[in-house]
Design a protein around this ligand. Structure first.
Ligand code: ADP
Ligand code: MG
Length: 392
């Protein structure tokens, strides 16, 4: 469906279930090219926003009633609450993300003072590692800022609010990358972000004779939340042990050389591997961006491959289906690089593939995947899209 068709069907649905008309907003999902699990470790990331994302149609109400529905869930069944009891979440319920953003705004001193009606629709496959959750949060922060006139909330604040909602309200202790990419994305550009300082640069990401191809393994990352929080705790524990010699607060502050010299300070072998991934991945991300600046897609691709190996063996956040998709991609001429993207335990791979090798890649991956796993992967050839914005 085109954006126009999406908005038309959403407007019709809004009128049908809530009555009247509202204002439309959009926030994108993201794909991370390299720099995985480095954001909560104070390292660098290199994501871009997608043109896929989540839409909302919203109308402020005069009373205290909040009504939410999503065309992706239960045929847009309405969940109702009030401005006084929205914090009463139900574990695992999709409305927690919206509740969390209202809560994060309140914590920032921006109180949602009346009710509203909102209808969502997203065209990111949910649970596939392309951050439908971050797009939902950033979108919610954006429309609430707009309809309640929270002028002090900047575009970057939308990212912080979304992260706070997901981390402290929903309970998934994520870093800032996903929400940052959704809020700050730019057409045809990726973002090189240093998460320790929040310094960032936009880099053009239109490749000469090659494209970014996302492959959805169709394996939902259901275990991700608890495993994610475990990885985070393991990295924090590694920092504490490294503190015997290094005055650091995050693994991103350590060079590869420093890590190699002193990694024995980390007593536990598993934690040492987790820390190794965080330190080496940060270094790879810096080198990958340098390569891209020099138009060297070959080196960029090799670093993507190394990133995958590290996520598979040291960080252990991959799964057999994803490892197969990546390994099969590596065998094809014209594939510069391929790796798991997103939090892990399923979801998607991201690959850079020469234009004339894309159909061969897709045909091979589809046939082998069907044979081994009896399901079809989905492919998306993507270009970087705009960050969260009001449509009107
Ligand atoms: P990811 O962010 O990788 O897509 P998550 O598990 O973090 O996966 O987030 C997916 C969850 O976000 C869904 O299960 C649902 O609760 C919520 N969600 C995302 N998009 C929508 C939507 N359009 N409508 C309702 N809920 C959504
Ligand atoms: Mg998510």
């Amino acid at each position: 469906m085109s954006e126009k068709e999406i908005l038309e069907s959403m407007k019709a649905k809004f009128t049908e279930i809530f009555g009247g008309e509202g204002t439309a907003y959009f926030a994108p999902g993201r794909v991370n090219m390299i720099g995985e699990h480095t954001d909560y470790n104070g390292g660098h990331v290199f994501p871009c926003a997608l043109t896929l994302g989540t839409y909302a149609i919203v109308k402020k109400r005069d009373d205290a009633v909040i009504r939410m529905a999503s065309m992706n869930i239960d045929d847009a069944k309405i969940t109702e609450m009030s401005v006084d009891n929205y914090e009463e979440k139900t574990e695992g319920h999709w409305t927690n993300y919206t509740r969390g953003v209202i809560w994060a705004l309140k914590e920032k001193g921006c109180k949602v003072s009346s009710g509203f009606d909102v209808l969502y629709y997203g065209n990111i496959p949910a649970g596939s590692g392309l951050s439908s959750s971050a797009s939902l949060e950033v979108l919610t922060a954006l429309y609430l800022k707009d309809i309640f006139g929270f002028d002090a909330v900047s575009q970057l604040d939308l990212a912080y609010l979304g992260q706070k909602a997901e981390s402290d309200f929903v309970g998934m202790k994520c870093g800032i990358m996903d929400q940052f990419a959704s809020a700050m994305g730019k057409e045809n550009a990726a973002m090189f972000l240093e998460t320790d300082t929040m310094k960032f640069d936009y880099l053009p990401l239109v490749l000469d004779g090659a494209k970014i191809v996302i492959t959805n393994s169709m394996v939902k990352h259901e275990l991700a939340s608890s495993e994610y929080n475990t990885r985070r705790a393991e990295c924090e524990a590694a920092v504490k042990e490294l503190n015997k010699k290094h005055d650091i607060t995050t693994l991103g502050q350590l060079s590869v050389e420093e890590f190699d010299a002193d990694c024995e300070l980390i007593s536990d072998e598993t934690k040492r591997r987790r820390a190794k991934h965080a330190v080496y991945e940060n270094d790879r991300t810096i080198r990958a961006v340098e390569a891209l600046k020099a138009n060297d897609i070959t080196t960029f691709g090799k670093l993507m491959n190394e990133s995958h190996t590290s996520l598979r063996d040291d960080y252990e956040v991959s799964c057999p289906e994803i490892d197969d998709l990546v390994a099969w991609a590596w065998e094809i001429d014209g594939v510069y690089g391929s790796r798991i993207t997103g939090g892990g335990f399923g979801g998607c791979t991201v690959s850079i593939i020469a234009d004339d090798a894309i159909s061969k890649y897709q045909e091979t991956a589809k046939a082998r995947y069907m044979e081994k796993y009896s399901k079809e992967p989905e492919f998306y050839v993507v270009t970087p899209g705009e960050g969260a914005h009001k449509i009107g």
